[in-house]
Design a protein around this ligand. Structure first.
Ligand SMILES: Nc1ncnc2c1ncn2[C@@H]1O[C@H](COP(=O)(O)OP(=O)(O)OP(=O)(O)O)[C@@H](O)[C@H]1O
Length: 931
């Protein structure tokens, strides 16, 4: 299982439909399962269908859009924070994803809005800080950096320039040290003594953080934001333990094309992409076991260089929160983000186990110190770190810590109770002794008198009490004896545990030494990459030294055991002295009792009784003595048993030491072997390097000669090129001149063509107009013809009338000749004139005739005046343009029309009425005058 936890958080979208009630939950282009919080499927097939490209994956946790900030914290960051707080491991949390996917929201939440209040929207940083500060007595400081275009800016700096975001804030340098790790030179580390002060500092940095806009998100942060909390745990007389808890809000991982980035933004985007891909490569390289671990490209980006000591999954609790958008439009972004997540998920770390230090501060400190040393050791040389042994040790330490805790409380309690009881017993015993003493004195002083019954009864009672006190089956004595023994053994255990602790301290020192040695080794190894065999030999020497140190530490352990042994022997001696004191006390009592028996000799009977009593008491005392002897014997037996056990234990320890020695020997042999392999490898590498170098030199010579050839060839080519260029230029000039001429000609032809076209258009229009006119004229001519026909018929009619008139005239003349003098000529003229007027009236009242006449006259005039001359001869193309036109009258018509429309002769211009009038006048004129 990967030691880097990878969680995916899907951000909510404003108008996303709520997921269905079925087990599979669709959110845009991603789907989750109701009953499996590790499943995630991404598909381009919209919100209702699953595309053929559906891709299913499992992560450590998948947060659907509706999941809360607290859920995110509890299932991701909390573990990291606790690892840093309780186990002295470094912890790092990354927020990765495309712009707008919710990285800053997950990381900082409502830090600007909420002040220091605990709200549902609080981000991981705020929640983590609160949890971290639950542990008191740790010195903490906070820093906040921004990495923008591979430059590091301090967001907590108090200089004026830094307040002006976007202005020239001085960028800072990342410094590294093989043992001290990485740090930013000149950056502010704000000491914080409470969660609120820490949150305030982070808020200040967050405000400072430069934000910019891209086409995808107006408030997009294009920089990495790094919040670092440094924890220093100090214990008197010990090296302080320093750990880091880091939150990294990475810059948006959008693809450059989608972000519509250009120019300066494109540069920013490529810098972001470079640092993100370096981060991936570093994590990937660190995830490999020590043997396979090649070069870790920390130096390829400022971010990885800064986090150098807080990235190794073996020593650092790491979590990556991958933020994705479910928007189907961002399907490609989402898949590429998840690709990164999968890559990280594949990393197999070699993380050490976790342990519970318990509340004992000394043990907890030791545990933390060991954790730190273990971290350093693993960091410096993963090969050397024997994970199984470390885990076992951790377990052992945990057990010891628990036991110490239990004993610390139970031992104190037992001792106190025992002491109180003992004091009480002592006091009571003293009282009894005093009573017995008084009685015996009384008896001695009154040897000649019979002892009173009361005195004897009191003496017997007191002796009885004492007897009971020393009686074997007395449960109280047994109980307190047991307690005493327990406490003694507990005491011993405490002592042995103390010894173990001391050993652990020694082991810690040893590990520290080893770490330092290994660090030095690593530094040496790094420095001497070209290396030679002596370096390897030195390394081997150092390894041997470190192993010797190991042996030394085990010897120290043995010393500790011997000391524990000594303590046990001391205890034994103490017990013995207690026993002696008890025996002396018993002898004293015996002596007193014998004195008491002597003093009662005066009364024989009573004396005998007393004697019997005393004998009885003596028997009791004897029994007590026996009991004490038995106890002594038992105790001695137990002591010898204890000694045997102790001996066995020490033997065990010696054996384990031997085993360790053997182990060390094996290790030493393995180290030698490894050393030999390394030397061999170094040799082969050196050989390879030499051969590569000679090949390289050859290649350099070849390249140099090739370069010489190339430069001469280049010169030739350049000369030729110049000549060609000159020729080319000349030809170009000629061609250009020709081209200009051609353009001129073309322009001219174009102009002519345009003129011709306009002429043709004019002519065509003219032709059209003429054709129309011709057709109109033809129509008019037709009408005229019709009029002419009418007139001709009129003329004919008038001629006929004329003839009639002539006939009438001739008849009248005849009649005149016949009727001369018969009629008055004046009368005749009057009649004639009247007749004529009537006719005229008649004619005038016939408007049709008049109109006809007028029209005929007009038409004739127009025909005479407007008849056009025959059209000029045209070019074929003109006719082609003009033709066909239905209204155009064929040429032959025009010609025939010409004759038809030729002006009519003057003789044809007459009116039948005028003619008739003239005829009449002439007729009348011919008539004889009235005179
Ligand atoms: N899980 C969520 N719940 C509610 N709002 C969210 C969630 N995730 C993101 N948002 C909102 O979406 C917007 C964009 O989110 P945020 O700024 O965190 O994106 P980002 O990935 O940090 O973008 P950038 O790379 O540009 O900094 C914010 O207004 C934020 O409040």
């Amino acid at each position: 299982m990967s030691s880097i936890r990878v969680a995916v958080r899907i951000r909510p979208l404003p108008d996303m439909p709520s997921p269905s009630k079925s087990n599979i939950q669709k959110h845009g282009c991603v789907s989750t399962l109701l009953d499996d919080e590790t499943f995630l499927q991404v598909s381009s097939g919209g919100s209702e269908t699953t595309g053929s490209d559906a891709d299913e994956q499992k992560y450590d946790y998948v947060f659907p859009p509706a999941s809360s900030q607290s859920n995110l914290y509890e299932n991701t960051a909390k573990r990291v924070v606790l690892a840093s707080r309780d186990y002295s491991r470094d912890g790092t949390i990354f927020f990765y994803g495309q712009t707008g996917a919710g990285k800053s929201y997950s990381c900082f939440g409502d830090i600007l809005k909420a002040g220091n209040a605990a709200t549902d929207e609080n981000g991981v940083v705020v929640r983590g800080i609160r949890e971290l500060f639950e542990e008191e007595g740790v010195q903490r400081s906070v820093s906040f950096y921004e990495i923008f275009k591979e430059r590091v800016y301090d967001l907590l700096a108090t200089t004026k320039a830094s307040k002006n975001v976007g202005a020239k804030i001085p960028s800072l340098n990342v410094r590294t040290h093989p043992t001290k790790g990485s740090w930013i030179e000149g950056a502010a580390e704000i000491n914080v003594d409470s969660a609120d002060a820490c949150i305030d500092a982070v808020r200040k940095g967050f405000k400072q953080r430069a934000i910019g806009s891209t086409a995808m998100n107006e408030q997009s942060s294009r920089s990495h934001g790094v919040v670092r909390l440094k924890n220093v745990r100090k214990t008197k007389g010990k090296t302080p333990i320093v750990t880091y808890l880091t939150f990294v809000d990475l810059a948006g991982s959008e693809r450059q094309t989608d972000a519509k980035t250009t120019g300066e933004r494109l540069k920013e985007a490529s810098s972001i992409n470079k640092s993100l891909s370096t981060l991936g490569s570093v994590i990937f390289a660190l995830g490999k076991p020590g043997n396979d671990r090649e070069h870790v490209p920390f130096r390829d980006s400022k971010l990885t260089l800064l986090l150098r000591n807080s990235l190794d999954p073996a020593t650092c609790e790491t979590c990556v929160v991958v933020n994705v958008s479910p928007c189907p439009k961002q399907y490609f972004e989402t898949t590429s983000t998840l690709k990164f997540a999968r890559r990280v998920k594949m990393i197999k770390g070699t993380a050490g186990g976790k342990f519970d230090a318990g509340p004992n501060p000394e043990v907890a400190d030791l545990v933390k110190e060991i954790g730190r040393l273990k971290m350093e050791l693993t960091n410096k040389n993963a090969e050397e770190a024997n994970t199984t042994t470390t885990v076992e040790k951790d377990l052992q330490i945990r057990q010891y810590a628990r036991r110490v805790e239990q004993l610390a409380s139970s031992t104190d309690e037992t001792f106190n109770r025992y002491r109180a009881k003992a004091m009480e017993d002592n006091y009571i015993a003293k009282l009894h002794n005093a009573t017995i003493k008084n009685l015996l004195l009384k008896l001695q002083n009154n040897l000649n008198q019979d002892p009173s019954e009361d005195d004897l009864a009191t003496l017997c009672e007191e002796i009885d009490i004492l007897r009971r006190k020393t009686e074997l089956p007395n449960p109280e004595i047994g109980y307190w004896r047991m307690k005493y023994e327990e406490s003694v053994s507990d005491n011993n255990e405490v002592k042995s545990l103390r010894a173990v602790n001391e050993n652990l301290v020694k082991e810690k020192q040893l590990l520290q030494q080893q770490a330092e040695t290994q660090q030095a080794l690593v530094a040496k190894n790094q420095a001497a990459s070209a290396s030679n065999e002596t370096a390897t030999a030195r390394e081997a020497e150092r390894q041997i030294k470190s192993l010797q140190d190991n042996v030394e530490s085990l010897e120290n352990k043995l010393d500790g055991t011997t000391k524990a042994n000594q303590t046990l022997s001391d205890n034994n001696a103490q017990l013995k002295s207690h026993l002696n004191a008890a025996t002396i006390q018993a002898a004293k009592i015996e002596h007193e009792m014998s004195q008491a028996s002597i003093s009662s000799l005066h009364d024989k009977k009573d004396l005998e009784d007393t004697k019997a009593q005393v004998t009885k008491y003596l028997a009791t005392i004897k029994m007590g003595k026996e009991l004490v002897a038995k106890l002594k014997h038992d105790h001695e037996e137990e002591m010898s048993q204890l000694q045997t056990e102790l001996f066995q234990q020490s033997e065990e320890l010696v054996r384990s030491k031997d085993e360790s020695d053997n182990d060390l020997k094996v290790k030493l042999a393995a180290a030698f072997k490894d050393n030999a392999v390394l030397v061999q490898r170094l040799k082969s590498i050196t050989e390879e390097r030499d051969s590569t170098r000679s090949q390289l030199e050859e290649a350099v010579t070849t390249i140099e000669s090739l370069e010489a050839d190339l430069s001469s060839a280049r010169k030739d080519v350049e000369t030729e090129m110049m000549e060609r260029e000159a020729g080319h230029k000349k030809r170009t000039n000629e061609l250009e001149a020709e081209n200009a001429r051609a353009y001129e000609r073309a322009d001219k032809w174009e102009r002519i063509a345009e003129e011709n076209t306009s002429k043709v258009q004019t002519l065509t229009q003219e032709v059209k107009r003429l054709n129309k006119k011709r057709s109109d004229d033809a129509f008019e001519l037709e009408n005229l013809q019709e009029d002419m026909d009418t007139m001709t018929s009129n003329v004919k009619f008038l001629q006929g009338e004329n003839q009639e008139l002539e006939e009438i005239i001739s008849r009248l003349e005849n009649m005149q000749g016949l009727d001369a003098g018969m009629s008055d000529p004046l009368e005749q003229q009057r009649e004639f004139e009247e007749e004529e007027e009537e006719e005229e009236e008649e004619e005038e009242t016939n408007p049709e005739d008049l109109l006809m006449e007028q029209r005929a006259r007009q038409v004739l005039e127009e025909a005479t005046l407007n008849l056009p001359p025959s059209p000029p001869p045209m070019e074929t193309s003109v006719y082609e343009d003009a033709m066909p036109d239905e209204n155009v009258i064929p040429d032959e018509n025009i010609e025939s029309g010409g004759s038809a429309s030729s002006p009519p002769s003057a003789s044809k211009q007459f009116s039948p009425v005028v003619e008739r009038r003239q005829t009449r006048r002439s007729v009348l004129g011919a008539l004889p005058d009235n005179e």
